[in-house]
Design a protein around this ligand. Structure first.
Ligand code: G6P
Length: 352
């Protein structure tokens, strides 16, 4: 174990630091002399469909939510994201020509396997996006795309999530009119993460903030989805009760939970709605919350605590998630919990 962890105390920290190289590996594996290696048949099947259904669980479901946004914004294709365990037994009303994307780090999650059997019976095309080419989901679906994240050992997923967003972005890009160069933009993502990891100290932020038994992440648009993933990560390894909220929704009920010192972490990357999220922050500050702003250089204002270099707006989730991963890591470290193997959790859940 120690040999594989190298200079890092935990696999999770190592895997967080591997993210820039994972992004670069995806770029080099998915392009050949500038030409995409994504099978045309996949793209044609998607173009032939009238709706994409993304099915996944846990962290992979959060990557799916980002994927939805990308397909809708870049390609004008309507997308539904479903929790695998719900879809398998409570099938929604499907469109006439659905295309299914099953997103899974392990490719073995039982809830997704149940979906796969179900969809195959209906004869609809399935693409699996997974980290393990030999996995059941990779083998049994019509199409398969690899994440190239390398083995992920820590139960809490980090680099596989970033890889999932990257691969979904590549598919969405290939279907679009390509008015930017995604290779260049992903390279900037790798640089932004690298730069952040080399100069930000999230330990101080964590100490300042996480003295409570609960915590909230707020954000709008893509930042909301990042907040959902950030909340899952924090609760699964630090056992702090954490929820991610759409920033504007907090006032419709959950703000009742804010009391003196309650931590609220805002994720802000979109200049169009930065102002709105900041005013939501003021609402919770007025009720005693202790706040932290995780922002991009594009929207940064004096006093913002955590700043990451801005990247292409649609790829922002890949960089915004990184400070939240470190926050979770240090929160668990400070509490002396088993970071790589949190209680009650399994890396791959093979029962329904
Ligand atoms: C387990 C893991 C999570 C993961 C989820 C889905 O619950 O603990 O980290 O997100 O399964 O796993 P998958 O391999 O399908 O992405």
């Amino acid at each position: 174990d120690d040999v594989e962890k190298g200079e890092y105390a935990h696999f999770m920290l190592k895997e967080i630091h591997e993210q820039p190289s994972v992004v670069r590996r995806i770029v080099s594996n998915y392009f050949d002399n500038g030409k995409s290696r994504i099978d045309e048949k996949i793209l044609n099947d998607i173009k032939d469909s009238d709706r994409i259904y993304i099915l996944a669980a846990g962290t992979s479901m959060h990557a799916g939510l980002i994927g939805k946004n990308l397909f809708e914004r870049l390609d004008n294709i309507p997308v539904e994201v479903h929790i695998a365990s719900e879809f398998a037994y409570q099938k929604p009303l499907l469109s006439k020509k659905p295309f299914f994307i099953l997103v899974s780090q392990s490719g073995e999650t039982a809830d997704l396997r149940a979906c796969l059997v179900n969809i195959k019976e209906m004869n609809f095309p399935i693409l699996t996006v997974t980290n393990v080419p030999t996995s059941t989901l990779a083998r049994e679906a019509k199409y398969f795309l690899e994440l190239f994240a390398g083995p992920e050992i820590a139960v809490a997923s980090t680099k596989a999530y970033v890889a999932q967003v990257a691969v979904l972005a590549l598919i969405a890009y290939e279907l679009s009119n390509k008015d930017f160069d995604i290779r260049e933009e992903l390279t900037k993502v790798a640089l932004s993460i690298e730069n952040f990891l080399s100069c930000q100290n999230m330990l101080d932020v964590t100490r300042y903030l996480l003295t409570h038994r609960n915590c909230f992440f707020i954000g709008r648009g893509l930042d909301y989805y990042t907040g959902l993933e950030a909340a899952l990560k924090l609760k699964e390894i630090s056992y702090i009760q954490t929820e991610g909220f759409a920033a504007g929704e907090l006032k419709h009920g959950t703000i009742a939970l804010i009391e003196e010192g309650t931590p609220v972490i805002a994720i802000i990357s979109d200049p169009k709605i930065s102002h709105n999220t900041r005013s939501n922050l003021n609402e919770v500050i007025a009720r005693g919350a202790r706040t932290i702003r995780i922002v991009t250089s594009e929207v940064a204002e004096a006093g913002d605590e955590v700043i990451v270099d801005a990247v292409h707006p649609l790829l922002t989730p890949m960089v915004m998630v990184v400070p939240t991963q470190l926050l979770s890591y240090y929160a668990a470290l400070e509490r002396s919990f088993d970071i790589d193997k949190p209680r009650n959790l399994a890396k791959s859940v093979t029962v329904e």
